[in-house]
Design a protein around this ligand. Structure first.
Ligand code: KIV
Length: 256
């Protein structure tokens, strides 16, 4: 069974584990624990301090993905198509083909619903596996407030999820979606939903790796920090600095 079929088969059977990675060393660790490793365009804010992911370019995504590819052997590797690279089917196909050929990733992810139906359908028809993304859409939303409080939002997200499924996506990320809506959408479609701030009613979960380890200074409600790497790095660098200043490093052991 190929990786995509295996992933879809997990729906209603076992939870899907996903994380983001932007480089090889981290990706090779995640590969042992994750079903999906996503090269997310969140790298724009996490690594480059951009105000939004809209500034991320295709070349940036390709270079980081080439690095991640070296670390991912088992998991499904998905790459975000950045803003303004899939405005119509022709543009989407050209850029998705470029991403796949340069990075050898397994699939691409696009943000949005009905508006990008034709682009998604074109990619799928050309045998390019596509992951959808609904709820908060960082490439186009002005605020990152969770979705699903208003009836109109609930109806739109459910409708879009069904549209994406009919366009042929193999899975949908639900970002910051109210609990009962995430549960309902997950029940209404036959492909897995992957939640980020969308409750444990989704078929799987994703987090930004740098958030999970406490390296990225984010304080969003949906982020559970599983480590405080920031503190550990500070301690290591402070010890190194002290050793160098006191001429304790490099000692004989570290010299030729
Ligand atoms: O860009 C990203 O990292 C993402 C995840 C948060 C789902 O799209």
């Amino acid at each position: 069974m190929d990786k995509i079929k295996k992933l879809i088969a997990k729906k209603n059977k076992s939870k899907i584990v996903s994380l983001t990675a932007y480089s090889k060393n981290i990706a090779s660790i995640l590969d042992n624990y994750c079903d999906i490793v996503l090269v997310g365009d969140s790298l724009g804010s996490v690594l480059y301090n951009y105000k939004s992911t809209r500034q991320v370019t295709l070349d940036m995504m390709i270079e980081h993905s080439k690095s991640v590819r070296m670390g991912v052997k088992k998991a499904l590797m998905v790459v975000d198509m950045p803003h303004n690279t899939y405005r119509n089917p022709k543009e989407a196909l050209k850029n998705a083909k470029k991403i796949i050929s340069k990075t050898k990733c397994d699939a691409v992810k696009l943000e949005g619903g009905k508006k990008i139906y034709n682009s998604i359908q074109t990619l799928v028809k050309n045998k390019i596996p596509v992951m959808g993304h609904l709820g908060v859409l960082p490439q186009s939303d002005k605020t990152f407030k969770f979705k699903g409080k208003k009836k109109s939002e609930r109806e739109k997200i459910l409708k879009d999820a069904k549209i994406l499924e009919s366009a042929g996506v193999f899975s949908i990320v639900l970002e910051c979606v109210e609990t009962s809506l995430a549960k309902y959408v997950t029940k209404q479609i036959n492909i897995p939903t992957i939640g980020i701030g969308a409750s444990n009613n989704c078929d799987g979960q994703i987090l930004v790796f740098d958030d999970l380890i406490g390296l990225n200074p984010i304080n969003a409600r949906f982020v559970k920090k599983y480590a405080n790497i920031h503190k550990q790095i500070k301690k290591a660098v402070s010890n190194y600095s002290k050793d160098v200043r006191e001429a304790q490093f490099p000692s004989k052991k570290y010299s030729y």
